[in-house]
Design a protein around this ligand. Structure first.
Ligand code: NAP
Ligand code: ZN
Length: 348
């Protein structure tokens, strides 16, 4: 079946309308009409080939919310008309230790990304959520709880799980003191989720422009990263810092903010960071870690948690044809706090 989308044809051309064939339904597949698609900074990195692995044409989008339009003969969890979601993964080997333990994002063979990955059967390059339709293996389709507003839920599928997962890995809960660096799509979800888990949350941002918004989202404190006095006042406070900065940067100034055995987990920059001075690490038994999205079971757990706790992203709705201007604003961190494409309102 043909579907309409927007694709980047090269690293330096704007996204354009693009038509492609969705794959025919396999017995364990779910066909989805996409209603809403979130715009993640990873989409922009991919379009610009920042990571060097983009295959053009590329149809980005891995924060997908839609309705089931058809199911394969072996599908049991979903029926036509169900609201469903798809995140960053559409397949994995499903046999290795990590897949068995529900951490498909660390599949030993490499998971199949929602876009820009070869399909495990046909080798066709997967195409993501900036499209009207997608066909996905049932095991990688999430159920959207009734209470979640479909128009706002899409960013949970990447920004939500990518911040929920480290909060769970490092056992954040009542009484925890954590900080979040960068208040963008991921950062604002980290605030909401950590606050809902009962943590004391500090936002670290480049200016005080987002301070009021941070407080409105439930943050307890706000630090401006280039104000050294302000940073010094927060020394040895945080057991966990989630760093969402999307570019190469120096994490040394954040290290003294960690408690003994505290961890800074990098979820933003994928690639080199600036040379790290080990003094604050060695002197305080502090740790640097990384984290990648989250497994399918944990993504469902996060969606259910958000429904229970009434958590939804702060979104700005756009139309598909406005994506190039949205990317320009994303590049400048001028998003409050996630763009979501309304597919039905869009022109292709
Ligand atoms: P975003 O909406 O652009 O937010 C990033 C925030 O980082 C900005 O709002 C800004 O916050 C801060 N920032 C931006 N440029 C900066 C700079 N040059 N120096 C310091 N701070 C800067 O992006 P996002 O969608 O949240 O994604 C963030 C990063 O996470 C991207 O690199 C993305 O690829 C990556 N990501 C990783 C995973 C994973 O699984 N690990 C999953 C999804 C996304 P302030 O204005 O508050 O300073
Ligand atoms: Zn993403």
């Amino acid at each position: 079946m043909k579907t309409q989308a927007y694709a980047a044809l090269s690293a330096d051309s704007p996204l354009k309308p693009y038509e492609f064939d969705c794959r025919a339904l396999r017995p364990d597949d779910v066909a989805i009409e996409i209603l809403y698609s979130g715009v993640c900074h990873s989409d922009l990195h991919t379009v610009k080939n920042d990571w060097g692995w983009t295959i053009y044409p590329t149809v980005p989008g891995h924060e997908i919310v839609g309705r089931v339009t058809d199911i394969g003969s072996q599908v049991t969890k979903y029926k036509i008309g169900d609201p469903v979601a798809v995140g960053c993964m559409v397949d994995s080997c499903q046999t290795c230790t990590h897949c068995h333990s529900g951490e498909e994002q660390f599949c030993e063979e490499g998971f199949t990304q929602t876009y820009n990955s070869p399909d495990r059967i046909t080798q066709e390059i997967t195409k993501g959520g900036y499209a009207k339709h997608i066909v996905v293996k049932e095991a990688f389709v999430l159920n959207i709880p009734d209470k979640l507003d479909l128009a706002k839920a899409a960013p949970l599928l990447c920004a939500g799980i990518t911040t929920y997962s480290p909060l769970r890995t490092w056992n954040v809960g009542p009484g925890s003191k954590i900080a979040v660096i960068g208040m963008g799509g991921l950062g604002h979800m980290a605030i909401k989720l950590a606050v809902a888990m009962g943590a004391h949350v500090t936002v670290i941002s480049r200016s005080d422009a987002k301070k009021q918004d941070a407080m409105d989202l439930g943050a307890d404190a706000f630090l401006v990263s280039d104000d050294s006095e302000c940073m010094a006042s927060a020394a040895s406070q945080f057991e966990l810092i989630i760093d969402t900065v999307p570019v190469k940067h120096d994490i040394t100034p954040y290290m003294p903010l960690l408690t003994l055995d505290g961890t800074i987990t990098l979820v933003g920059q994928v690639g080199p960071i600036a040379e790290l001075n080990t003094v604050p690490m060695v002197m305080g038994r502090r740790r640097v870690a990384g984290s990648l999205i989250g497994g399918i079971a944990q993504t469902q757990e996060m969606l259910d948690f958000c429904a229970r706790m009434n958590i939804l992203p702060e979104v700005e709705m756009i139309k598909m044809q406005d994506i190039n201007q949205a990317f320009e604003r994303l590049e400048k961190s001028d998003v409050h706090y996630r763009f979501v494409i309304d597919m039905k309102a869009s022109e292709f």
